[in-house]
Design a protein around this ligand. Structure first.
Ligand code: NAP
Length: 912
């Protein structure tokens, strides 16, 4: 056909191709094997006969639920039925990307390769279907058009494109995450008269590109897998690339011997390890940060990952690659170096080098000879960022600067991921509300399993679950098992309707977003963010917290009597409402680590040992940001010299000054303990931070710490200029016991008539010695700072009779009027939360300009944990902004006094 007239291989507009059931496999209308009569009533209708639908059918049938599967395709396989393009294969190793529910299957099925091809995976699924007689309950060539909740009958009414009407108690979407191809969104697409193929709807008979001029549009996984093979066949191949992707050699070959041995030796243990792993594949988790190691060690780790051919290798290289932009950039540059070393033409190499997203934030790929393909004489790359497509023509494609003629065009343009396959069906829940309408601003689910207002509707690997960030088979089995157990329990309790509550769903949506927000994912225009489909809301779709944590969460929901679900039926009605996973993800991870390490209990130790342990905990933590200069000095205190550490910003001075008091319950801590936080404060507030090493109890009991604090502030105010600061511009800040000292110092300065303090930032401050507040009762045992530790601190610091004095408990002051403006930061899971909240409220009531910043999901130690608790970075930014504001206002106030009044306006000129 080269140079000849192309004949269209289609009879309908491209935009409707996606929905053609089996048009391109010659099976439309055929009575495919296994087709079954449709009963008008079953317990469960499952949509989709891929990995999820097959296992759901098996499990539900085993549990004794009458089940029918409706499948648009002509056979089982799901995504592996449709995606038959050349080079299609899995990129999670086949030993992992396979079912675990059937121990015989594990023995009888031998994968021929490390990464099996699409035909082999399809054979595997066919084998599973045969072995368990699944086809007899699958209706092929049948697309579901609508599903409507009938509240009176407490059932779903499902309609298919064959006119079937089926009633079912439970309705399950097992439609996959990447099964709804994107409609071609390129102008003039229907004008092209040549052959058109979609990687996601590949003809079963295959395609022979021999001698043809072929275009491939798209360089995601599908493009990257198919391009090298199409290039080998076609006369000419032109690749249209909008975004270059991170890809590396799969090093496919025989199954990995170590993995095979581990699986064969103890399959149950191996599968259990997968279930409790981060991504559904057994692997160790690194705790090492990228810049903790030398450049050489880093390179060695990157090379090892590259050589491994393991998609997840970099998920495990360094703990901060997914969250720290500078760390991730080192990996990005490593990849670009590889591309430059493979691709001969420097301009092509540069065009193939990803520069607009971080590694992993768009799904990375594994390939075989992808970059090498661009060294072939019959292959060229069109960089659409520089030369965008203007339109399709009858003969080919016109870009901004060129015109191309093709015999065939391959769309590897991806999917409307995760939500697309679900809202493609007209699903209507309570009061006729359409799911698509409910999800206009993005999907809202509880656990990615169910959605409020749509009773008895289950989604397998739905949005808000680990799904596409995991080994799908492991996540599918977990979901199906959870649903199966749920239905089983409902039956036992004679309950027939289940639905998540609005509170639980809102909490989960918040948690999913919070988790994503500490990563780099939201920064990329990826399908994870819905950014590949014009008009789709920009929301991070999967759950990034990990397969292990997610499984634990789902189990916890069950153990807490189906927390967040309302259930009812003849057996009664019940609902334990509430939110699961209220801690921020990184906070949970730190708490788990502390638990694993089995830290000794501070308050059971001699003070010296507790101090040593406290200091030891600071070793190896991230150092905090660079500042212009750090200098240690000594200032005169009331009982002798006090050490201080001065942090100067890199910007030109003079700067205002923030006097900082570290935490540690007046007993622990020193200039090192809050060093990263002081650096962070210095950078964010653009101020000099002077951290003061006040005397500690029990050697120096109350009121030594506050006397030192006040003396230090006075000395620093008087010596501002010699410290590089601007006289008259001073604020105070402190964390925990340091927050107590900062608050007291403000009261002392007010009462003494100076020095002037422009503002106070109190982070989780101790404001009185009350242990009866709700926050103490709720959070007193689990979150690092316990009530028993607080008592230990108080016992070392002050006699009971002294504790209610305002200099120990600033909340007990006669009045809080006349104090400097304040920002009071509290954390949801801190015993001191209500202390801080009470102080903020009392300040405001006394007419002080006080703001309370409550931090959701945080614990007492979160805010100073710079570069560890990333989810508290927002609070740290607010603190920096508040200090700037306080100190900026102090300048304005000073100017209002010192700047001479402006001269009177000259008289307006008289018009001629
Ligand atoms: P994809 O990753 O979304 O890639 C689509 C490609 O088409 C992107 O390069 C995209 O560019 C480009 N594109 C889309 N619309 C375009 C337009 N109008 N003009 C020009 N270019 C356009 O889709 P996919 O390759 O089918 O893969 C989707 C997912 O399926 C993968 O990420 C993976 O999870 C899964 N998958 C897995 C395997 C496997 O190896 N197991 C194989 C295939 C797919 P932009 O990036 O600029 O949007």
């Amino acid at each position: 056909m080269v140079g000849g007239a192309s004949r269209p291989n289609r009879t309908r507009p491209l935009s409707t191709w996606r929905d053609a059931p089996c048009e391109n496999d010659g099976m439309a209308g055929a009575a495919s094997p296994g087709n079954v009569p449709v009963h008008s009533e079953v317990d469960v209708v499952v949509v989709g006969a891929g990995f999820a639908g097959l296992y759901a059918l098996y499990r539900l049938r085993t549990l004794g639920f009458s089940t029918i599967v409706l499948e648009r395709a002509g056979d089982v396989g799901g995504t592996w039925y449709w995606n038959r393009y050349p080079g299609a294969r899995c990129d999670i190793e086949s030993l992992d990307y396979s079912y675990s529910f059937d121990s015989e299957l594990e023995k009888e099925w031998q994968w021929s390769e490390r990464y099996a091809t699409q035909p082999e995976i399809l054979r595997y699924l066919g084998h599973v279907a045969d072995k368990h007689g699944l086809r007899r309950d699958i209706r092929f060539g049948t697309a579901v058009e609508s599903a409507v909740w009938d509240a009176a009958a407490r059932r779903w009414r499902v309609r298919t494109d064959r006119g079937d009407g089926i009633r079912c108690r439970f309705y399950m979407m097992a439609t996959g995450c990447l099964s709804h191809p994107k409609t071609p969104d390129i102008p003039g697409v229907d004008r092209f008269a040549g052959e058109v193929y979609f990687t996601s709807r590949w003809p079963h008979a295959g395609v022979d590109f021999t001698g043809k001029r072929v275009a491939v549009i798209g360089t995601g996984s599908s493009g990257i897998q198919s391009i090298p093979l199409i290039a080998e066949q076609a006369a000419e191949l032109t690749v249209f690339q909008r975004t270059p992707n991170f890809t590396r050699p799969a090093h496919n070959g025989p199954v990995t011997p170590g993995k095979k041995t581990a699986l064969e030796r103890d399959p149950a243990a191996y599968r259990e390890a997968a279930r409790w792993s981060r991504a559904g594949v057994p692997m160790e988790q690194s705790l090492i940060r990228t810049f903790q190691v030398s450049a050489e060690e880093r390179l060695a780790a990157y090379e090892a990952g590259y050589a491994s051919g393991d998609l997840l290798a970099y998920a495990n290289a360094f703990v901060d690659l997914g969250s720290n932009p500078e760390a991730n950039e080192t990996l990005c540059e490593f990849f670009r170096g590889k591309i430059r070393s493979i691709v001969g033409d420097p301009e092509t190499a540069e065009a193939l080098s990803p520069r607009n997203h971080f590694y992993g934030t768009k799904r990375p790929c594994l390939d075989t000879n992808y970059f090498e393909t661009f060294n072939r004489p019959n292959v060229r790359l069109v960089d659409l960022r520089r030369d965008p497509i203007r339109t399709f023509t009858e003969r080919g494609i016109e870009t901004a600067t060129r015109s191309f003629a093709f015999d065939a065009v391959v769309f590897a343009t991806g999917f409307d991921a995760m939500t697309g396959p679900i809202v493609a069906v007209d699903i209507r829940g309570r009061d006729g509300v359409r799911l698509a309408e409910k999800w206009t601003e993005g999907p809202k689910t509880y656990l990615g399993l169910m959605t409020t207002g749509f009773p008895n509707l289950f989604m397998i690997t739905g949005p808000g679950s680990p799904s596409v960030l995991s080994n799908m088979v492991v996540s599918i089995e977990q979901h199906v098992d959870w649903v199966g157990a749920c239905l089983d329990q409902m039956r036992a309790e004679r309950l027939d309707v289940i639905e998540p509550t609005a509170v639980a769903e809102a909490g989960w949506v918040q948690h999913v977003n919070d988790c994503a927000d500490v990563t780099l994912y939201p920064r990329a225009d990826s399908w994870y963010m819905g950014a590949n489909v014009p008009g789709k809301p920009r929301v991070f779709l999967p759950y990034v917290g990990g397969v292990d944590r997610y499984r634990k969460t789902c189990d916890e929901v069950v153990h807490r009597s189906y927390l967040g679900f309302a259930l009812d039926g003849p057996g009664g009605a019940r609902c334990t409402d509430g939110v699961v996973n209220r801690l921020q993800l990184d906070v949970s991870m730190v708490l788990e680590l502390i638990e694993q390490l089995g830290m000794p209990v501070l308050e059971t130790m001699p003070v010296a040992d507790a101090r040593a342990l406290f200091a030891g905990m600071a070793l190896g933590r991230p150092p905090g940001p660079d500042v212009g200069e750090v200098v240690d000095g000594v200032l005169p205190g009331p009982a002798g010299p006090l050490a201080y550490r001065r942090y100067r910003p890199a910007s030109a001075g003079p700067h205002p000054i923030v006097v900082y008091f570290h935490g540690g319950g007046w007993v622990l801590g020193d200039l090192d303990s809050d060093d990263p936080f002081c650096r962070d404060l210095c950078v964010r507030s653009d101020s000099i931070v002077v951290s003061v090493d006040y005397r500690l109890a029990p050697e120096a009991r109350f009121p030594a710490a506050v006397e030192d604090g006040f003396a230090a502030v006075r000395w620093i105010a008087a010596n501002a200029a010699s410290l590089g600061g601007e006289p008259g511009r001073l604020a105070v800040c402190g964390w925990s016991a340091g927050g107590n000292i900062a608050a007291v110092v403000c009261q002392l300065a007010r009462d003494a008539g100076g020095p002037a303090i422009a503002g106070q930032v109190l982070v989780n401050p101790v404001t009185d010695a009350d242990f009866t507040r709700a926050s103490c009762v709720e959070n007193g045992e689990r979150y690092v700072l316990t009530t028993s530790l607080m008592r230990w601190f108080w016992d070392h610091y002050a006699d009971p009779a002294e504790r209610r004095q305002p200099t120990a408990s600033p909340l007990c002051a006669r009045t809080l009027a006349g104090l400097p403006p304040a920002l009071v930061v509290t954390c949801e899971f801190d015993p001191l939360r209500d202390d801080g909240a009470a102080y903020a409220a009392a300040l405001a009531a006394a007419g002080v300009n006080a703001r309370h910043l409550p931090c959701r999901g945080q614990i007492h130690t979160s805010v100073p944990a710079v570069d560890v608790i990333l989810s508290a970075a927002g609070a740290r930014a607010e603190i920096g902004a508040a200090l700037r504001r306080f100190l900026g206002e102090s300048v304005a106030a000073a100017r209002a006094v010192t700047v001479p009044a402006a001269p009177p306006e000259p008289p307006a000129p008289t018009p001629l």
